[in-house]
Structure formats: structure tokens, C-alpha cells
Design a protein around this ligand. Structure first.
Ligand SMILES: Nc1nc2c(ncn2[C@@H]2O[C@H](COP(=O)(O)OP(=O)(O)O)[C@@H](O)[C@H]2O)c(=O)[nH]1
Ligand SMILES: [Mg+2]
Length: 490
């Protein structure tokens, strides 16, 4: 029986046992959720660039950016057959369809005079291949924890929350702040493995601004992200930290011919004359009248590309690295860090969607039972959950991975890194776990796995190995054994 099937059985049991119980509502929709796409929440402070990055990931400008009433509401974006926006009121009354329109930019929802605070969430259904594998949840900023709106965003990170609506989280931060760390620290489960870095990835957002718009901004951002990622506190909270220039990615994905022509015009102007105006946003907008484009047009470009994006585009055009709008768009996307983020989302979340979804489902039942310890079904349900959790190797991998990353397991750095990889920190395919070339033939994969297996067996049998490390090594051994049997040529 697959993990999802086991989780489904427990869910159905719980729904039957708790029929008529007021808390049963917490399981509503849980079964559909198990079959649907993985849900990823995009969290972080106001103006961290969450909505912009969401649009870049979808490849369309859907989420409104900056301020505006709708940016204060948790908004789901899911794939579907029709275009539709549902409004879910806070007071628990029935969801209603909302009117919306979309000209060039984001979806504008007509709240019909309602306040953002009175709406629990908006659910946007939008046919889009960008949403096929992941449902994305845009959240308002989590800056002030006393503020009601921030509280609603905080629920995605809050361990006290009864079953968070997301299976995984992208946490955006512009710079590292202790308040960011506190927020992240709050996002863990009480029971499965705590704290839990397995379903969170941090994004060093607005990465283009790090080098004050200089052309090497992205390499600086990459270095900083790497350093953050090695920080012990960070490791305890997220799998990895990656830099992304979200605005650049969003703009590249939605580049217009007018924008391309405007940049072409700027690129054709003598570089020396233009250079002084590219030092700051104000100078660029207020440049002398003989500068190409109107001040308003330059301001428009600035809002779409940022100073870094403009400079980068001009450099690419002048050096003839790109010659068409399609080429420019591709080059900007690849330099924005979006592709790396998408790959990570695939290897860490999408490829593990079943495990993460089963985990969310079991957590929901677990919370229901621990909240109702006296209910006659609670004890048995908790026992079944424990049995599934303990018997399912992917769960053991996840919790061991969490333990390694949290610093609970002491070993040599090399061993810890190898252990993380085998457990799937860089992806779940055998070549990723073994850190070998993707094109390695099955026989050689098997040889590499056998060598690795020997190493971990020796370590596990060594009397000087600590108990915690032996336990972790056994999980790795099981992973390797499975790999060896699966890759036996037919
Ligand atoms: N330079 C730059 N600006 C960005 C980036 N991402 C977002 N912004 C700008 O920052 C502002 C806030 O972005 P938004 O996505 O609404 O942030 P949110 O509040 O976290 O949803 C907007 O004016 C964006 O254009 C980025 O990667 N680089
Ligand atoms: Mg926003």
C-alpha cells in the first residue's frame, strides 16, 4: 500500500469516527487535498517580493504587488478549467464567487466593499501550466505579530495552528534578520520531527539589489546565500537558501515587444553619455531630455526591470549576446536565479509531493486526536499514525534528514554531508543521492551504491560510533539497499 493510500485510510477512519463532532471540520477537504497538487505557501515580510516571485513562478502576472487591499488577503492560486475567484469570509459563512478583472497587470478582485480583515482567503482558479504541480499561496507580510493581518500570514508558520494549509513553505527574506529567524523557528511541527527543515526553502529575495544594481550583484547574492545556508540556525530551519531576483524573472517571463524596443533604443545610445544616469533610479528617470525615451517611459522600465535589470539588458544587447526579445527574456530568466529555484522546488517538493501530502494529512488527524484525547477513537488513530510513520521509510528519511540538519547528530563534516545527500537533500533520484553524473549507467550507479553501502555498514558496526549516528546510518543503509535492488538490470 502506498503512503498516500495509508494516509487516506486513516483519514477516512478519522472522518467516520468523528462524524458529528464539532472538530471534524478540521478534516474537511483533507481527502481532496491528498489527491491535489502540493500546496506551497510563499511567506516573508511585507515587500520581500513574495507576490512578484509568485508571478515569476507561474509565468504570468496574476498576484497584485505592492500595497492595495487585496495584497492583505491570503490568496490561493490553483490550476483549473475555468477562471474563477472565490471569496471565503472569516465568519464561516458560505464562500461566494467574486467579480474580478484583469487588464494588463494583476488580477483585481472586487471585494464589494468588504474589508480585507473580513475575508479569510481568496481562491483564484486559473488555467495555467505553471500551477499544475503546485498550488501557490500568496500571503500578506508577517512583520508585526500583533496586527490581525500579519497574524493570518503567520498562521502558515505557526506551530499552534491547527493543520497549516500548506505542505511546504518558501520563505523570502531580503536580508537576514533575527526576526526572520524567529518567524522561521516558529514554523515546525510538534511531533513528527522538530524543528523541521524538510519542507522549507529560504529565498534571498530581491537579490539584484544586493550589489546596489552592479552587474555582479547575482554572484554576490549567491555567495551571501551560500553563507546563510551554512549557518547552523538556518540549517535547522530550511533545506537551503537560494538567491532570486524575482522582479527580473517576472519581467523576463512577461517581456513585451515595446520593452525590448525601448531597451534597444537605450543600448544604441553612446554608453558614455548614458552611464552617469544609470547610477541611481532618480538619475535615470530625471536624465537630460536628449536621453532616449521620455522620463515617464524610463520610469516604467525601471518599475519592471529595476536598475540592475536595465543595466544587465543593456550590456547583453550591446555585446550582442542577445538579439531578439525572446533571447533577452531567456537570458534574463536564466540570470535571475529562477531556474535554480524551480529545479529545487521540483527535487525537494514536487518529487516528494506524496510524502509531504501524506505527512500533512496525518498531522491533521494527529492534531484532531491530541485535541480530543478522551474521544474513544483517538487512541487507536494515534497508534495507526505512529505505525505508518515508523514503518514508512520516506518518513524516516525526512525525520533523519531534519535531525542531521538540526545538528542533533554529531559526526565528521564529510559524513554528515554524505548522509544528507543519501537521504535526499539534493533530490531523490539515485544519481542525486550518490552525487554522481546524471548520465551514469544503471550498472555504475549500482556499483557506486554498493561502495557507499559498505562505508555506512562499517560506520554502523564500529563500536565507537554514537548511538544517534548508528540510527541515522541505518536509515541511509536502507535507502542504499533499496537503490541497489531497484537498479538491478532486468
Ligand atoms: N529590485 C527589485 N524589486 C523587487 C523585486 N521583487 C519585488 N520587487 C519590488 O518590491 C515591491 C514589493 O514587491 P511585492 O512582490 O509586492 O512584495 P510582497 O509584499 O512581499 O508581496 C514592488 O514594488 C516590486 O516591484 C526584486 O527582485 N528586485
Ligand atoms: Mg504581496
Amino acid at each position: 500500500m502506498t503512503l498516500v493510500e495509508q494516509a487516506r485510510n486513516i483519514l477516512v477512519d478519522a472522518q467516520t469516527s468523528f462524524a458529528g463532532h464539532p472538530d471534524k471540520a478540521s478534516l474537511d477537504g483533507a481527502l481532496e487535498r491528498l489527491d491535489g497538487p502540493l500546496r506551497v505557501a510563499i511567506a516573508g515580510k511585507v515587500k520581500a517580493g513574495k507576490s512578484t516571485l509568485l508571478n515569476a513562478l507561474v509565468g504570468e502576472r496574476l498576484a497584485p504587488t505592492d500595497t492595495g487591499e487585496c495584497t492583505k488577503i491570503v490568496t490561493w492560486y490553483r490550476d483549473g478549467h475555468t477562471y474563477q475567484v472565490m471569496m471565503h469570509p472569516v465568519d464561516g459563512s458560505a464562500p461566494m464567487q467574486a467579480r474580478f478583472h484583469r487588464d494588463e497587470g494583476a488580477i483585481e478582485v472586487d471585494l464589494q466593499g468588504r474589508e480585507a480583515m473580513s475575508i479569510e482567503r481568496l481562491e483564484v482558479t486559473w488555467p495555467s501550466s505553471g500551477l499544475r504541480k503546485l498550488t501557490l499561496i500568496d500571503t500578506p507580510g508577517v512583520d508585526s505579530l500583533t496586527d490581525g493581518i500579519a497574524n493570518r500570514a503567520f498562521e502558515f508558520l505557526d506551530p499552534e495552528d491547527r493543520g497549516t494549509a500548506a505542505d511546504a513553505v518558501l520563505y523570502l527574506m531580503k536580508h537576514i534578520h533575527s526576526s526572520d529567524l524567529r518567524l522561521l523557528e516558529a514554523f515546525h511541527d510538534d511531533s513528527v520531527a522538530e524543528p523541521n527543515p524538510v519542507n522549507a526553502v529560504a529565498v534571498l529575495s530581491r537579490a539584484d539589489e544586493i550589489g546596489a544594481g552592479r552587474l555582479d550583484s547575482m554572484s554576490s547574492a549567491r555567495r551571501i546565500a551560500k553563507r546563510y545556508g551554512q549557518d547552523g540556525r538556518m540549517k535547522r530551519l530550511v533545506q537551503v537558501v537560494v538567491p532570486v531576483a524575482g522582479l527580473l524573472a517576472e519581467t523576463a517571463e512577461t517581456l513585451t515587444e515595446w520593452e525590448f524596443k525601448a531597451l534597444r533604443q537605450l543600448a544604441d545610445a553612446p554608453p558614455k553619455e548614458l552611464e552617469p544616469y544609470l547610477l541611481s533610479a532618480d538619475r535615470f528617470v530625471d536624465a537630460r531630455p536628449e536621453t532616449p525615451l521620455t522620463s515617464l517611459e524610463r520610469e516604467q522600465l525601471l518599475g519592471r526591470f529595476g536598475l540592475f535589470g536595465i543595466r544587465l539588458s543593456l550590456a547583453l544587447l550591446r555585446r550582442n549576446v542577445v538579439e531578439s526579445s525572446v533571447e533577452l527574456a531567456d537570458e534574463l530568466v536564466s540570470r535571475s536565479g529562477l531556474v535554480e529555484l524551480q529545479t529545487l522546488l521540483t527535487t525537494l517538493f514536487v518529487d516528494r509531493a506524496d510524502v509531504l501530502k501524506a505527512r500533512s494529512a496525518l498531522l491533521a488527524v494527529e492534531r484532531l486526536c491530541t485535541d480530543n484525547p478522551d474521544h474513544p477513537a483517538s487512541r487507536d488513530l494515534l497508534l495507526s499514525i505512529e505505525r505508518v510513520m515508523a514503518g514508512a521509510h520516506p518518513f524516516n528519511e525526512l525525520s533523519t534528514l531534519a535531525a542531521v540538519r538540526s545538528g542533533f547528530i554529531k559526526a565528521k563534516d564529510d559524513d554528515l554531508q554524505a548522509l544528507e545527500r543519501i537521504l535526499g537533500s539534493s533530490g531523490t533520484a539515485p544519481w542525486q543521492r550518490l552525487s554522481i553524473d546524471e548520465a551514469t549507467p544503471p550498472d555504475d550507479i549500482r556499483t557506486a551504491a554498493i561502495a557507499e553501502l559498505g562505508r555506512w555498514q562499517r560506520l554502523a558496526e564500529n563500536p565507537f560510533t554514537t548511538h544517534d549516528l548508528v540510527t541515522a546510518a541505518r536509515v541511509a543503509i536502507r535507502t542504499l539497499e533499496a537503490m541497489i535492488t531497484d537498479s538491478v538490470p532486468a
